[in-house]
Design a protein around this ligand. Structure first.
Ligand SMILES: [Zn+2]
Ligand SMILES: [Zn+2]
Ligand SMILES: [Zn+2]
Length: 406
């Protein structure tokens, strides 16, 4: 890969790929990530920057303030808490536990994009923002990029799982890359789907009108970003593939100034009594947040990570991704000992879905990722009946309301 490409992910290429390698498993499973040395539970397996990352559009529209490049929170924990509780008079103790550096926040000189610092503003400009800058501080609906975002928002309501601007950033990255073919190939390494599967994913993302909606989005994307360099991604087939690519490979990224503040408060070295008081303040804060903002507490977006996306699912995962830097830097850690040669697997299911029966787990996996799990746990539970208990029947009903909660 040319070092001049300025893609966020290229800077960790050398350091990240020691201790793991991507291998082809077989035609049905495709690729997988394997350990080339032993890891102990708790070890960092690799760290990775995404090729592109983008905050969800409704998340941004509701005032969740994150760096337009790396998703780092731009509000202080106190500002964050005031906004999310609707209480403008709220004060948080121990402001030193908040890590947001407001003084370093910078804006794009010609549009309303904000960044956590100059390095992010410069990196975004070099990689894609030169192409995507709307050069206007007002949201001029007639601007093709603004139109694209508003149209997407009407097709994809919260809870959000994908963002059309991730696709726009991919196109702009290729357009701005010196080695355009190399940049395109970087994105093409992500998992590929058959035409039928791509349609199923588009259907899932956009609903029953997905044929028409895909065409509307493709036209808007072409109006905004067509050049011969990206022609192949703007044909009906190419565009559908891109939507399917971000739909299945996009990894959720969540950041929160409050979470960082809470984490640092918890680690404070205080007398027991003071710590207890602080814990009460934190518990009260979470109660107030829940009343006002429900479960929408984080800056949320999605990103494309080549190594992370090569990790297959297992219902007994041995690794878990996290975002300890409170930005888009992903850290994959071992959740149990892993021996050299073993496959590194994560769970595509959240914790409560992972507790469910083989039947329920596979229903979710089929619906969202189009596969039936063949992991050791699923094989050992192969003789479990498909639907039995009342709880499972309730699950079925919940699933119809699209409920995937515990
Ligand atoms: Zn940043
Ligand atoms: Zn701009
Ligand atoms: Zn399984």
């Amino acid at each position: 890969m040319a070092s001049s490409m300025n893609i966020a992910g290229n800077q960790n290429e050398e350091s990240a790929i020691s201790g793991v390698e991507v291998r082809n498993i077989d035609d049905s499973i495709g690729k997988g990530l394997f350990a080339t040395r032993d890891f102990k539970a708790g070890d960092v397996i690799f760290e990775e920057r995404p090729l592109v990352c983008c905050q969800f559009l409704w998340n941004a529209a509701y005032g969740y303030l994150a760096c337009d490049f790396c998703m780092r929170p731009l509000e202080t924990a106190e500002e964050n808490a005031r906004r999310l509780t609707g209480n403008a008079a709220l004060t948080l103790p121990h402001p030193e536990c908040c890590e947001t550096k407001k003084a370093q926040v910078v804006e794009c000189p010609t549009c309303d994009a904000s960044y956590c610092g100059e390095p992010c503003r410069d990196a975004a400009w070099r990689q894609y923002h030169k192409t995507l800058c709307t050069r206007s501080f007002t949201r001029d609906e007639s601007h093709p990029l603004v139109n694209l975002q508003e149209t997407w928002k009407k097709m994809h309501y919260p809870p959000e799982t994908a963002c059309i601007m991730l696709v726009a950033r991919m196109l702009a990255t290729v357009r701005q890359a010196e080695d355009k073919e190399g940049a395109m190939n970087l994105f093409m390494q992500f998992c590929h789907r058959t035409v039928n599967e791509e349609e199923e994913i588009a259907h899932k993302m956009l609903g029953v009108q997905f044929y028409e909606q895909l065409e509307v989005l493709r036209k808007l994307m072409s109006d905004a970003l067509y050049t011969p360099d990206v022609h192949q991604w703007l044909t009906p087939e190419g565009f559908r593939s891109l939507i399917a690519l971000v739909g299945t490979n996009g990894q959720g990224v969540g950041t929160s100034a409050i979470s960082v503040w809470v984490r640092n408060c918890t680690n404070l070295d205080l007398p027991a009594e003071e710590h207890e008081k602080l814990d009460q303040v934190i518990n009260q804060l979470y109660d107030d947040l829940e009343k006002e903002a429900g479960c929408f507490l984080n800056n949320e977006g999605s990103a494309l990570y080549p190594l992370q996306s090569s990790c297959n699912h297992s219902c007994t995962p041995n690794a878990m991704p996290g975002f300890p830097c409170d930005n888009f830097d992903l850290v994959m850690s071992a959740t149990q000992d892993i021996a050299a040669g073993e496959q590194i697997c994560v769970s595509y299911l959240d914790e409560c879905a992972l507790e469910r029966s083989r039947h329920s787990r596979n229903k979710i996996l089929r619906g969202n990722y189009l596969f039936n799990c063949q992991c050791a746990r699923c094989r050992s539970e192969a003789d479990q009946p498909d639907v039995t208990s009342e709880e499972e029947m309730d699950d079925e009903e919940e699933d119809e309301d699209d409920g995937q909660e515990c």
